[in-house]
Design a protein around this ligand. Sequence first.
Ligand code: PLP
Length: 394
Amino acid sequence: MVSERMLGLGTARSVIRELFEYGKQRAAVVGAENIFDFSIGNPSVPPPPQVNETAIRLLQTEDSTALHGYTSAQGDAGVRKAIADNLNARYGTDYTGDQLYMSVGAAAALCCCFNGLACPGDEFVVIAPYFPEYKVFIEGSGAAMRLIQPDPDTLQIDPEALAAAVGPHTKGVVVNSPNNPSGVIYTEETLKAAAAVLEAKSAQYGHPIYLISDEPYREIVFEGYSVPWIPHIYKDTIVCYSFSKSLSLPGERIGYVLVPSQVTNSARVYAAVAGAGRSLGYVNAPSLFQRVAAECCGLTSDTSIYERNAKLLVTSLREMGYQCIQPQGAFYLFLKCPEPDDKAFSLRARDYDLLLVPGVGFGMTGWVRLAFCVQTEMIQRALPKFRELLDSYK
Ligand code: PLP
């Protein structure tokens, strides 16, 4: 016998992966240049040169037994200090290394938070559209996920929906900004309204409602927009970060959890995050890339192509008659389907070799997601296909 839940998770591919695999099979038939794969959020630009230079220097100059050896379970102390110092320089904070837990990307950071916080009967509120793995991670911690819809025009958080969803069993609320799959950045005003709701509810129920801020796209921000530092807005914020997107390192699996000292019961929360890391086997994030992250945490890849791609897609698709949400950061575009059924639209798009992820998996029907971390030239070649696809509805 095996766990039915794990069996289900292990055999069912995510819709995104399924589309990605379909793309590879189809490319073998029609040629890779004839497939327009907007399915997966894999950065399309290399890391900044300092990443490889640092890794090579460390490999060539450091004692390799130590370099590849175990670090502390929560990560190397020098690494955590360097990352805390970098955050302090950027946000005017006074974090210390012992508020950071190095993790295997944002995925493990989130799992450590959910498992560290969840008590029997707890719920976490998630705002659509959302990264589908949240459901897997939250349910894996024994908690339940409660989904709320955003403001339908802006996809910002709807404070009334939030207030209606938060109850006595709410342990936390997850926010992701810049957002996957919409590219929306929650404004300071939105976040302040959400914080006011959570403060009132925490007082009403007599326990803190934690805000878990999932920030792998924090530095991928387009002109005219900025990402507020959420711990400045809401005291009980725990940050989950990843270098996967900002430094184009998704395969190296490096990120962290930050539990600022201002968080209610911060020492207990941090210890519980570390305990969850222990229980899940997420101790000692990859040691070489901890060291690389410490030296490169002030850098980002050249993400200008994402902004160029966003502009090209938005202008061209709107000209054709599509409706979409203006991406403000990250590398995703949320496109309104010309029919209510996003799965049907995604299937029809396949006829034009356009691979678009249906919105239903992100908690919003009637939309598809395009990951535009692709070559601009591929977008240019895809545009006539988008026109044909829309014309097929006329
Ligand atoms: N959170 C969001 C919103 C994401 O988009 C992703 C990856 O795409 C993750 C978390 C997981 O990131 P990581 O690769 O660092 O585990």
